[in-house]
Design a protein around this ligand. Structure first.
Ligand code: 13P
Length: 249
């Protein structure tokens, strides 16, 4: 059985004062059924990992470099995230694909680096609104999935997050049927590439305007194994409510 995962992506939000949200989250959810992960800005990883020590909360990065060290000013290696206390790293988020022109090939290289460093990679894919309107969603998603995953990807080390670009931070979400269609498609594509049994090990997260009010219906979808939450992960009460909905699903 796949263990469900509630992941929060703080993006470029939060300072040391924000660690109070994490302390509250841990206090309210000492032993969740689901895995609980927050990916803060890199500046907070070590402090958050310290605050989370001994609790069920895991801490992750939001990006890593494909190399282990070297002359790459401003970048962070996967081994450095691990060293700071991270267990996961988000890779290929649509904001990085857009802001930093990240390609599937780069995401694949970063995924290899993350897994080699002992991190779980949360690999993000998703179509733009224009691509959906053009009827190209499954083609775009399929290409991103295949291009971003290394041949050695393994469900215990790699999580897939489907985040339609047009649903991120907009309050708009796909219909439940649209989410189900993509997640079923992803499971099928993974089975074609890695075999049916191995495909069952991959957690498939949905992301894009997940909030307490829509979490339960999204988590009822068969191939949805959790969520990658942006805005609603910044407040312990909201993220905790989403985690509770996942625990109950
Ligand atoms: P929102 O939950 O704010 O829409 O963000 C989703 C996201 O991009 C998580 O990675």
């Amino acid at each position: 059985m796949r263990r469900k995962l509630a992941a929060g992506n703080w993006k470029m939000n939060g300072t040391a004062a924000s660690l109070a949200e994490v302390t509250a989250l841990i206090a309210a959810h000492p032993a969740p059924r689901s895995e609980m992960l927050i990916c803060p800005p890199a500046t907070l990883i070590a402090a958050m990992a310290q605050a989370a020590a001994g609790s069920a909360l895991q801490v992750g990065g939001q990006d890593c470099h494909a190399n282990t060290s070297g002359a790459h000013t401003g970048d962070i290696a996967a081994v450095q995230l691990k060293d700071a206390g991270a267990s996961h790293v988000i890779l290929g988020h649509s904001e990085r694909r857009a802001d930093h022109n990240e390609t599937d090939a780069e995401v694949r290289a970063k995924t290899l680096a993350a897994v080699a460093a002992g991190l779980t990679a949360v690999v993000c894919i998703g179509e733009t609104e224009a691509e959906r309107d053009a009827g190209a969603t499954l083609k775009v998603i399929g290409d991103q999935l295949m291009g971003s995953l290394p041949d050695t990807a393994y469900g215990k080390e790699v999580v897939i997050a489907y985040e339609p670009v047009w649903a991120i931070g907009t309050g708009r979400t796909p219909t439940l049927e649209q989410i189900a269609e993509v997640h079923d498609f992803l499971r099928d594509e993974l089975a074609i590439r890695f075999g049916t049994a191995a495909a069952e090990d991959f957690r498939l997260l949905y992301g894009g305007s997940v909030k307490p009010s829509n979490a339960t219906e999204i988590f009822a979808i068969a191939n949805v194994d959790g969520a990658l939450v942006g805005g609603a992960s910044l407040k312990a009460a909201d993220f905790g409510a989403i985690l509770s909905a996942l625990d109950a699903s």
